[in-house]
Design a binder for this molecule. Structure first.
Ligand SMILES: Cc1ncc(COP(=O)(O)O)c(C=O)c1O
Length: 390
């Protein structure tokens, strides 16, 4: 029987790192020790306070649908967080609790993007964001970025690449894979540029809690006319709970509610009750401790990769990634990553997963593992490089 895959499937790119992960699991099954620095997931468990809040609710048995936009108490806590962290008042009706940032993107693009409309994105960027726009028939306009703009789109680039088919621009700060932040002045200019062009500005702020030397600035500081995508996954350590949030401009509230009701009815109820504890002082104290641990890991990895001979033109300011140039060692980072896994049991992600620009020279290292383990990882990496140069 002929299969009838929808055409859009051919436009959705697959993650090369998944193949690497599959191979890593095979090696582990053979008893080989693999160090995982390819995964974008913190090694810390979900904080106890959050788990207990989830269990407490589960025990009531009242695990029913919530309103599509989320539990009002949770919307309220998210709004309070913006006031406390950024001094910004957000109308609770604009906040939607979603199944992760991924769910937030589905809604944001679903309510704003028509087929064949373009979304401007940096190359490199997190590939799923581009695939979400493709799912709605949108077209990603990838714009090569470099260290000069901290690997972020600039207002100038947005203006230069804007066309009659452009609908919006997406900025993820800190970025995955580069871990770099947009400069606040540049963020403001980029938002104003998109708004003046009549487009939609999408701000992926999922790594906001994980910034080490300064505070991340939310796009909401400069305009209410923006989509904010955020999540409990990374800073709050809740990847598997599938919960995040979206903040929409006023005129999108009704449409977003309707779409949420239809696509997934509501975000997981126990996860929402668990997330109510995410902003408690005890939880935040624990999360701040973890943030300082991530900062120490970043420093360790950054210094060691430089010492080994990787190029990292700017020190990443956030997330848990270092995007390093390996041109001193190879012109094929994909092969390099695959050989490194086979011969040393060290898994990292090749640049081709994040775009085309300079991708064959780039590797993403995640510091989602302890310094003690990363010490071993660095020995393996050096051993691998030394062996190649013999
Ligand atoms: C930049 C970025 N945005 C969005 C997501 C989606 O995260 P989640 O759906 O777990 O909230 C990720 C996950 O790695 C990411 O790196």
């Amino acid at each position: 029987m002929q299969r009838r895959l929808a055409e859009r499937n051919s436009k959705i790119s697959s993650f090369h790192v998944m193949e690497l992960l599959r191979r890593a699991k095979q090696l582990e099954a053979q008893g080989i020790d693999v160090i995982h620095m390819e995964i974008g997931e913190p090694d810390f468990p979900t904080p106890r306070t959050i788990i207990e809040a989830g269990i407490k609710h589960l025990k009531t048995g009242a695990v029913k649908y919530t309103p599509a936009a989320g539990l009002p108490e949770l919307q309220n806590k998210i709004a309070a967080f913006y006031l406390q962290e950024h001094g910004i008042t957000v109308d609770q009706r604009r906040i939607f609790v979603t199944p992760g940032a991924s769910g937030a993107f589905l809604l944001a693009f679903g309510v704003s993007l028509n087929p064949n409309e373009e979304v401007l994105m940096a190359d490199p960027c997190y590939p799923c964001n581009s695939n979400f726009s493709t799912l709605f028939g949108g077209i990603t306009k990838s714009i090569p970025v470099d260290a000069n703009s901290h690997y972020q789109l600039t207002a100038q680039q947005i203006k230069a690449h804007w066309s009659s088919s452009s609908k919006g621009a997406l900025i993820a700060s800190p970025s995955n894979p580069t871990g770099t932040l947009i400069n606040p002045e540049e963020l403001k200019k980029a938002i104003n540029t998109v708004n003046n062009l009549g487009g939609c500005f999408y701000s992926d702020e999922i790594y906001h809690g994980l910034v080490y030397d300064q505070k991340a600035v939310t796009a909401l500081k400069y305009s209410d006319n923006v989509f904010i995508i955020n999540s409990f996954s990374k800073y709050f350590g809740m990847t598997g709970w599938r919960i995040g949030w979206l903040i929409v401009p006023d005129e999108f509230i009704e449409a977003t509610e309707k779409l949420a009701q239809n696509i997934y009815i509501a975000t997981s109820t126990q996860s929402q009750y668990a997330a109510l504890a995410a902003f408690d002082d005890t939880t935040l104290t624990e999360l701040e401790y973890r943030r300082s641990e991530f900062a120490a890991r970043r420093n360790f990895l950054y210094e060691n990769l430089l010492r080994i001979g990787f190029e990292i033109p700017i020190k990443p300011e956030g997330a848990f990634y270092i995007y390093a140039n390996c041109k001193k060692f190879t012109d094929d980072s994909h092969q390099f990553a695959s050989d490194l896994l086979e011969s040393e049991g060290l898994a990292i992600t090749p640049g081709i997963d994040f775009g085309k620009h300079e991708a064959h020279h780039m590797l993403r290292f995640s510091y989602t593992t302890s310094i003690a383990i990363m010490k071993v990882a660095m020995q393996r990496l050096e051993h691998f490089i030394n062996k190649r140069s013999l």
